[in-house]
Design a protein around this ligand. Structure first.
Ligand SMILES: Cc1ncc(COP(=O)(O)O)c(C=O)c1O
Length: 357
């Protein structure tokens, strides 16, 4: 038998979450963000499940080429654009759109082979201060882009830093900055990530760019995915491989810093940080064993973690364990590990076997 660590990808739930995006932003087209191996869910199966999206966004050429070679015919947008001049030829060959976020990328576009055109998304820094041109530079950059033979349609794009904080005015300020850009009313625009799709309808514009909500996690610290009508697209599962009776005072795991507070049974789960489970998950992090919530006990090891099953347990080696997904939101595990669901989902690695259903 193979090691039981596996990630189940629920394709129908991905489709359900896409419907939630469309309900929230009914007048916008949807650019599904599938970078980082579709947030750890598997790039190609996710894109196939989300064929009702209007476009896909990825971080780099490799991901875009993987999609094209798997038969994806959707618009594909490179969110970081071209990294060097050689990328222009490949982007043209694979019919990709590129984000243009900085001046050094402009000469690269001159290398688009004659007769080809790349559609460009001019990225505006409206206040996140990560990528993008300052708003004051945008008219000149747009003019320059429009003179490059290899550039097709020019669209505008920005990204929000704090859309997940509906009480803060940062998003309204970024929107006002974007709205003040001189532009022709026919220029298509894209602003909204998941949090903005759900909390800032004024930002929806022509294209929305959902990522995390497609995968069934909440973009907001204070609202659960279930409350938002989202369904978890990944269930990370494994099994108990040992169950041992331990005495009050027995230390468990590396460092021995977690100690049984009473006589109990400790279950050993075949999954650890070498599979992508967070090593910093605190003792007390919820884990489901055989449909019952128990807690992580002691430090997470590379291949294993331990759970406190209690004294009267009937749990046995071979019992199913859910680390997150069905009945255990990844957001809860993230909170207990001082991180965000994005990091946990992206971190699941190739040692875990994937099954789509
Ligand atoms: C430019 C851009 N747009 C959209 C997204 C999707 O964001 P979210 O997953 O929060 O919906 C991301 C994700 O990081 C991004 O970098």
């Amino acid at each position: 038998m193979t090691r039981p660590a596996r990630a189940q990808i629920h394709l129908a739930r991905l489709r359900h979450n896409l419907v939630r995006v469309k309900e929230a932003a009914p007048r916008s087209r949807v650019m599904a963000v599938v970078k980082a191996n579709a947030y750890g869910h598997g790039l190609v199966p996710v894109a196939q499940a989300l064929e009702q999206a209007d476009a896909f966004a990825v971080a780099g050429l490799e991901e875009a080429i993987t999609l094209r070679e798997a038969g994806c015919d959707h618009r594909i947008v490179l969110l970081e654009g071209l990294f060097d001049a050689g990328d222009a030829t490949l982007a043209a060959a694979y019919r990709l759109d590129v984000v243009v976020h900085a001046a050094h990328q402009l000469p690269m576009l001159e290398r688009v082979p004659a007769g080809r055109r790349l559609d460009c998304w001019l990225k505006v820094d409206t206040g996140m201060h990560r990528l993008g041109f300052p708003p004051g530079d945008v008219p000149a950059v747009a003019r320059r882009l429009s003179t490059v033979a290899g550039v097709g349609t020019i669209r505008y794009l920005t990204h929000f830093a704090r859309a997940d904080e509906p009480d803060q005015r940062a998003t309204a300020d970024q929107l006002a900055c974007f709205d003040a850009l001189p532009r022709d009313s026919a220029t298509e625009c894209s602003l909204a990530n998941s949090a903005a799709i759900l909390a800032w309808p004024a930002t929806h514009a022509d294209w929305v760019r959902p990522g995390i909500m497609l995968y069934g996690s909440s973009p907001f610290a204070g609202r659960s995915a279930a409350e938002l009508g989202l369904q978890p697209a990944m269930t990370l599962r494994s099994e108990l491989i040992a169950v041992h009776a331990r005495r009050r005072g027995d230390p468990v795991g590396y460092g021995g810093d977690w100690v049984c507070e009473r006589d109990t049974h400790i279950g050993v789960v075949a999954l650890g940080y070498g599979d992508g489970y967070p090593r910093h998950a605190r003792s007390g992090t919820p884990v489901r064993v055989g449909g019952r919530r128990v807690v992580l006990s002691g430090r997470v090891s590379m291949d294993m973690l331990c759970v406190d099953l209690g004294s009267g347990t009937e749990a046995r080696p071979g019992d199913e364990v859910i680390l997150w997904g069905d009945g255990l939101p990844v957001d809860e595990v993230a909170r207990s590990s001082a991180t965000i669901a994005y990091e946990l989902l992206c971190g699941v690695n190739r040692r875990v076997s994937y099954e789509c259903r």
